[in-house]
Design a protein around this ligand. Structure first.
Ligand SMILES: C[S@@+](CC[C@H](N)C(=O)[O-])C[C@H]1O[C@@H](n2cnc3c(N)ncnc32)[C@H](O)[C@@H]1O
Ligand SMILES: [Zn+2]
Length: 295
C-alpha cells in the first residue's frame, strides 16, 4: 500500500491559535458567507473532510447526519467537545487517501482548507468522489496560487515561483497553493462538474483588516465573491461541484481502508474486517481507521 505523507495536526492548538487568537474573524465570516451561498438547503448525509476542530460543522444545519473526518484524533476530540455526542455527528479519524466508507453513501461533502495539504490532490478527489451518490454536491475550498499578492510579488521579483503556471507550489512543507485551471481539470477527471465558483477573502490584507470595520470588509467581500465564475485572483476559492458519471453500488456504510471490503459491521469498541482481519478501535466516541497510526 502506497504511503503518502500527511500533514499532521495531532496535538495542534490550530483552532485557538489560528482562528480564535489569530485575528481571522474576517476570513471566518467570509467563508461562512460562501458556504451559505453554495450549500444545498438540506440533505441526509454530509461528509466533512479535514473537519479539524469542527469550526464549520454548525454551518451544515440542514443535514440529518454529519460525518467528520480528520487524520488527527486530537482535532476530532476538540470537535466532539464543541459539538457534543449527538447521534447526528459521527467522528472518524482516517486518511482522506484511504477513506473508510462504502461507495455512494453520502449525498453531500465539503472540504475546506484541506486540499492545500494534499501532495496527491487528484487521488484525494477521486476518493471523495467514490463515496458520493449520483448528483451529490461537493463543496471544495482550495488555496489559489494565482492570487493578487502572489502576482505582485512575482512581478516585483520578490517571489521566485510563477503564479500563472499550472503546477502546484509547495510554499512550506506539505502546504500547497494550486492554479484554478489545474484544480478544475482534476475535478473534471475525477467525475465532478463545477456549478459555481466563488472567490473569497479579497481583502486579506493586515492593514485593511486593522483599519476598516469587520462588517464593511465582509460586505465588500460578499459582493466581490460573485465574480468567482469570471476570474479567480483571491487566496481562497470555493467551488460547488456535482458528482457525475458512472457510480458503483456500495454495501453498508463502513469499508476497510486496508483491503477495500465494504459493509463492515459497526460494532464499537472495535470494528473487525472479516476479509483481511484488520481491527479498528473506537475510542471516546471516535472511530479510528488510520492504517499507520494508533494513539
Ligand atoms: C487547516 S485544517 C482545516 C480544518 C477545518 N476544515 C477548518 O477549516 O477549520 C486542515 C485539517 O486537515 C487535516 N488533514 C490533513 N491531511 C489529511 C489527510 N490526509 N486525511 C485527513 N485529514 C487530513 C488536518 O489534520 C487538519 O485538521
Ligand atoms: Zn480489510
Amino acid at each position: 500500500m502506497k504511503s503518502i505523507p500527511v500533514c499532521d495536526y495531532e496535538g495542534s492548538d490550530y483552532q485557538t491559535s489560528f482562528w480564535e487568537q489569530g485575528a481571522r474573524r474576517y476570513e471566518d465570516a467570509v467563508e461562512a458567507v460562501a458556504l451559505r451561498r453554495l450549500l444545498p438547503a438540506g440533505g441526509k448525509r454530509l461528509l466533512e473532510l479535514g473537519a479539524g476542530a469542527g469550526r464549520n460543522t454548525p454551518r451544515y444545519q440542514g443535514f440529518e447526519e454529519i460525518t467528520l473526518v480528520d487524520y488527527s484524533h486530537t482535532q476530532l476530540q476538540q470537535a466532539r467537545q464543541r459539538l457534543g455526542d449527538s447521534p447526528r455527528y459521527r467522528y472518524v479519524a482516517a486518511d482522506i487517501y484511504y477513506l473508510p466508507f462504502s461507495a455512494g453513501v453520502f449525498d453531500a461533502a465539503t472540504m475546506i482548507r484541506t486540499l492545500h495539504h494534499m501532495v496527491e490532490p487528484r487521488l484525494a478527489l477521486e476518493q471523495v468522489r467514490r463515496t458520493l451518490q449520483r448528483d451529490a454536491v461537493f463543496i471544495l475550498e482550495y488555496a489559489n496560487k494565482q492570487n493578487l499578492k502572489a502576482i505582485l510579488r512575482y512581478l516585483l521579483r520578490r517571489q521566485s515561483w510563477n503564479p500563472f503556471s499550472p503546477e502546484p507550489v509547495e510554499f512550506a512543507p506539505l502546504n500547497f497553493d494550486f492554479h484554478p485551471a489545474t484544480v478544475r481539470e482534476w475535478l473534471k477527471v475525477s467525475g465532478f462538474v463545477i456549478e459555481r465558483q466563488l472567490t473569497v477573502s479579497h481583502f486579506r490584507v493586515d492593514l485593511l483588516k486593522r483599519l476598516l470595520p469587520l462588517s464593511l470588509l465582509v460586505a465588500m467581500d460578499s459582493l466581490a465573491q460573485w465574480t468567482g465564475n469570471l476570474w479567480q485572483l483571491t487566496p481562497s476559492v470555493f467551488a460547488r461541484c456535482r458528482a457525475v458519471g458512472t457510480f458503483a453500488t456500495g454495501q453498508g456504510f463502513f469499508r476497510c481502508p486496508a483491503c477495500g471490503q465494504e459493509g463492515l459491521a459497526d460494532t464499537p469498541p472495535e470494528i473487525l474486517c472479516p476479509s483481511c482481519g484488520q481491527r479498528y478501535p473506537v475510542r471516546d466516541g471516535i472511530y479510528d481507521f488510520r492504517l499507520e497510526k494508533r494513539r
